[in-house]
Design a protein around this ligand. Structure first.
Ligand SMILES: *[C@@H]1O[C@H](CO)[C@@H](O)[C@H](O)[C@H]1NC(C)=O
Ligand SMILES: *[C@@H]1O[C@H](CO)[C@@H](O)[C@H](O)[C@H]1NC(C)=O
Ligand SMILES: *[C@@H]1O[C@H](CO)[C@@H](O)[C@H](O)[C@H]1NC(C)=O
Length: 426
């Protein structure tokens, strides 16, 4: 804890950093200049490399196929803490998503909710406790006491907070918390994600949000619901109370996507609750329909220490039908190009064993069937089809692929002058 705090202090130290937004490699404005910087300076090597994120222009990527680039000791490579959750019959899909997201330096909590069968949960549990790499690094845990989760109810938020609390308790040695479901899938490797996030200030939060709640005021903010999942042992759907309530005046409501990437500091703030806001807002949302689409958004935008850290995006590719239905459409091979072009690191939602997943595996993740996505840390031989990740080498070595390029493009545009500040908590 203390070490981590001094790490943040170091990052924010006025002598080494003038502005919040670290973008160490964004300085060079011409190709040759950035090449020079890449060759002569390690990231975070000098004051001048700290630059406010103003132009989206310069790319740090020079070649198409990137050489492995290490991150100096000055910056510990970032780590992610994932929650991957599913429901009945999601076990196999969850397993696949977990393998596609695995990196030994990250942490994972997996959860199959109480609607799944005990056999299915047992199968997942056996997979998690017996996987040689998970055993070796001890970084995957399963919530064995399954929670009852109602899709639109507060029990979903409770489940997310539960996992976040576990991830903090188990060392909390991570920088961002990412909440995914079994029907989500990555479009970049973990090396790509780590590589790009290492250039960011550790306190940014990717959360899609707006205060323009429109029709939701009448259909969501005013109705009062009860989620029996909070107190019954069997699941039944939420029900509505006849009386309606006023729109809050003590805080302003925000709404947005239920998918997000939250900073360690913001998760601390929500879980510890040293300020009363995260707690009172949570209690308020206990009777709110679709609370996962509002709780974190409302807390973050009503807290002045955090509102400036929001980046208005959920980093997901999600395709809606036209006109939109209640659920997004299931992605198939036909969506492959659009998915890649979105530069998003994650996409949803997919059917189990959907052929497009195989294509993502082979073309974007370089992942063999039932294997972990290879990264710079994999030191084993690749000969005669053997798995390079069966031998773990240097865990901080990164081997970014073209996915890092795509993600960098997205992040640069999100942090550009036109879209970053002007879209915060509006
Ligand atoms: C691990 O890799 C990083 C990045 O390539 C490098 O800086 C570091 O020296 C390596 N550590 C060891 C023990 O080889
Ligand atoms: C977290 O992930 C689940 C997917 O299982 C999603 O449905 C939920 O709404 C997410 N967000 C929150 C804030 O709980
Ligand atoms: C947040 O940004 C606004 C506008 O850029 C600025 O006035 C304010 O002081 C910032 N707040 C914090 C806590 O940094």
């Amino acid at each position: 804890m203390k070490k981590l705090r001094s790490f943040y202090m170091h990052l924010k130290h006025p002598h080494t950093i003038k502005r919040k937004w670290i973008y160490p490699l964004a300085l060079g404005s011409t190709l040759s200049l950035s090449l020079l910087f890449l060759l002569t300076l390690t990231p975070l090597a000098g004051n001048r490399l700290y630059n406010y994120y103003t132009t989206a222009g310069t790319s740090v990527f020079i070649e198409n196929k990137l050489r492995p680039i290490g991150i100096s000791d000055a910056v510990r490579p970032v780590r992610f803490a994932y929650l991957i959750s599913g429901s009945n019959h999601d076990g196999d899909m969850l397993r696949r998503t977990l393998l596609a997201l695995y990196h030994p330096n990250n942490r994972y909590v997996v959860h199959l909710d109480a609607e799944s069968s005990p056999e299915e949960r047992l199968r997942l549990h056996e997979f998690v406790v017996n996987h040689p790499l998970f055993m070796k690094f001890g970084n995957v845990v399963m919530i064995t006491k399954a929670n009852l989760v109602t899709y639109r109810g507060p029990t979903m938020v409770a489940n997310t907070l539960h996992a976040a609390a576990m991830l903090l308790r188990d060392g909390g040695d991570w920088d961002w918390f990412i909440n995914l479901s079994a029907s989500d899938y990555p479009l970049v490797t973990q090396d790509d994600l780590i590589y790009v996030f290492s250039t960011l200030a550790r306190d940014v939060n990717f959360i899609d949000h707006t205060s323009n709640i429109g029709w939701k005021e009448f259909q969501r903010a005013k109705p009062v619901i009860v989620d029996p999942g909070l107190y019954m042992s069997e699941k039944s759907d939420v029900f509505w109370i006849t009386q309606r309530r006023s729109v809050p005046t003590a805080f302003k409501l925000f709404t947005g996507s239920a998918w997000m990437v939250l900073s360690r500091q913001f998760v601390d703030f929500c879980i510890w609750g040293w300020d009363n806001l995260p707690r009172t807002v949570l209690m308020y949302y206990a009777n709110f329909i679709s609370s996962p689409e509002g709780y974190f958004h409302t807390v973050i935008c009503n807290t002045k220490e955090f509102r400036n850290t929001t980046v208005n995006s959920d980093l997901h590719f999600i395709a809606w039908d036209n006109p939109p239905k209640q659920h997004p459409h299931y992605l198939t091979l036909q969506d492959m190009t659009r998915m890649i072009d979105s530069n998003a690191p994650f996409a949803r939602k997919f059917h189990q064993d959907e052929p497009v997943l195989d294509r993502i595996d082979s073309e974007l993740l370089f992942r063999g069937p039932d294997r972990i996505v290879p990264g710079g840390w994999c030191a084993g031989s690749r000969e005669s089809g053997s798995d390079p990740c069966s031998v773990a080498g240097n865990l901080t070595r990164l081997d970014p692929t073209s996915g890092a390029q795509r993600l960098q493009k997205l992040v640069s545009s999100l942090l550009s002058e036109e879209s970053f500040r002007p879209r915060q908590c509006r």
